[in-house]
Design a protein around this ligand. Sequence first.
Ligand code: 8X3
Length: 237
Amino acid sequence: MKKTIFITGASTGIGKATAIEFAKEGHNLILCARQIDKLETIKEMLEKQYEVTVEVHKLDVTDYDAVKQLSEKLKQSNVNIDVLINNAGVASGLDKFQDSDMADIEKMINVNIKGLIYVIRELLPLMIERNSGHIINIGSTAGIVAYSKAAVYCATKSAVKLLSDGIRIDTIDTDIKITTVQPGIVETDFSTVRFHGDKEMAKAIYEGIEALKPEDIAEIIVYIANQPKRVQISDIT
Ligand code: 8X3
């Protein structure tokens, strides 16, 4: 059965790889990100290559009004989201907590926690109305064990895990599933963004290790989403 998959932060990294993986399986996509031009390119590529329709939306998940407007639009056009993948997330700065920049701290809290809450708060009721849907939140191993110079980033990823758990409890009387995916180091633009565009510093992070690839995580997400109704994977690390 063709499903509709909604992905935030779909322009690069794990989000983009996940879009491709679901398209390979013939599912329709709703892709969101701030960089609409990148989404347009992905849409063109996927629609040409696979039997899928791809809808793209410019969306900043930290803008609650924009999230609300998009969910209203989906509701009006009777779009049913089968799988919501909350992938939009950011690490900003790598500094000891006492030296860290408040703008970096606020950005991580706004995207990783508030943005996640905005999207789920608006889209979950639509799933509850249909008593069907699967929310897959991208956490991190950083949400399990803290590491140096990343106290706030780790705290935001820990929040992802506990939000998932809390929402799973609150929807226990429905058929809705909630999963947290907690990858370790994945080689994406993640570190370039963390180092505010410094590609050399970003590259050094992945030197001497075999980091995960975004495709590895994408395949796991598809596996999670493909499980029968009776199977709910709550966490995967
Ligand atoms: C990212 C994991 O270890 O690269 O969420 O910070 S790590």
